[in-house]
Write a protein of this length. Sequence first.
Length: 114
Amino acid sequence: MKNGWHTGKGSNCLKKNDHSTAIKHLLKALECSAKTNNKANVAFGHEILADAYLRAHEYGKAEDHANHSCAMYSQFLKGGSSKIFSERLRNSMNILVKIRHNKPINTDRKTSAV
């Protein structure tokens, strides 16, 4: 029950662009899902956190959560076809594309002329 409340609260905060409060609620929702061992909710928790971190321009954390959700949804699909998991995987992959499109290029790398 707390998982749903925190997810709803986090989603509402995202709509209001209150990213830090949204992330706090979504992390709590993920924690609740993990405690109940509800793997589908855990995967969704990672997906929605990836979106929240993307909106907050925290690309490293966004990428980590998107990768977790993609891996989990892919694992679910290995067990059999499911339209919902296919859609969720596609959404998580789209988040990864947005992250890679928006993530600043690391300018600290040394380049060598060959």
